[in-house]
Ligand binder design. Structure first.
Ligand code: HEC
Length: 186
């Protein structure tokens, strides 16, 4: 394509393309009065998103678990030595599976449905569920395990699809199969 074509495509025919578009006379970084409220709400939204991932739906809430305490449990019990856990300082090891967006995970330790009670059981005693697993028993109390599980289920909770969280649909639950759109030529 020729340069003049490109210019007219952008509606700037005749403009000197070697010159930057002239800005309104405002110093860099200054926000126009019209933009200010938009910027403020974008900043607020970003802060809210950074503060927590979200409240999990009822079926992913851990009875008796406090997510904020759980975050502290994860930090104090060295989970970060083996896992990436968003929001937990220093938890950036890839020795074990990363735990980001945990609420979206379908299975736990490869075979258990990822439910709150299964996660609590895992955190209390991974060796009972997967003997010989590289995840050691860390001696969490029932309360600590509930708190840690509650924290993990906040991760990615705001990104859940509108189907029952984490549970894949069985063959008969997904509705009738659509006819293939492309048929082989006769
Ligand atoms: C010494 C390394 C190590 C430490 C410390 C550790 N884990 Fe693990 N963790 C692993 C490994 C390895 C696996 C994978 C185990 C498996 O699937 O058999 C795992 C699995 C998990 C899983 C299931 C992940 C999945 O994808 O199925 C969760 C959840 C978890 N750990 C949470 C924690 C928490 C919370 C802590 C701290 C209380 C912790 N882990 C401490 C190594 C560790």
């Amino acid at each position: 394509m020729v340069l003049s074509d490109t210019a007219s495509w952008h509606g700037r025919r005749g403009a000197d393309l070697t010159q930057p578009v002239r800005q309104a006379s405002r110093s860099p970084g200054e926000v126009s009065p019209r933009e200010a409220p938009i910027r403020a709400s974008v900043t607020l939204l970003a802060l809210l998103l950074a503060a927590c991932d979200g409240e999990p739906p009822a079926q992913l809430r851990v009875a008796g678990g406090d997510p904020e305490r759980g975050r502290a449990v994860a930090a104090s019990h060295g989970c970060g030595a083996c896992h990436v856990i968003p929001g937990v300082r220093g938890a950036n090891s890839w020795a074990g599976p990363p735990l980001m967006e945990w609420a979206r995970r379908g299975y736990l330790a490869g075979h258990l449905p990822n439910s709150p009670e299964n996660l609590v059981a895992w955190l209390r005693d991974p060796q009972a569920i997967a003997p010989g697993s590289a995840m050691p028993n860390l001696g969490l109390t029932e309360k600590e395990a509930r708190d840690a599980a509650a924290y993990l289920f906040t991760l990615g909770a705001d990104q859940l699809p509108p189907v029952p969280a984490g549970l894949p649909l069985g063959p008969k639950e997904a509705g009738p199969r659509e006819e293939p759109r492309i048929r082989p030529r006769a």
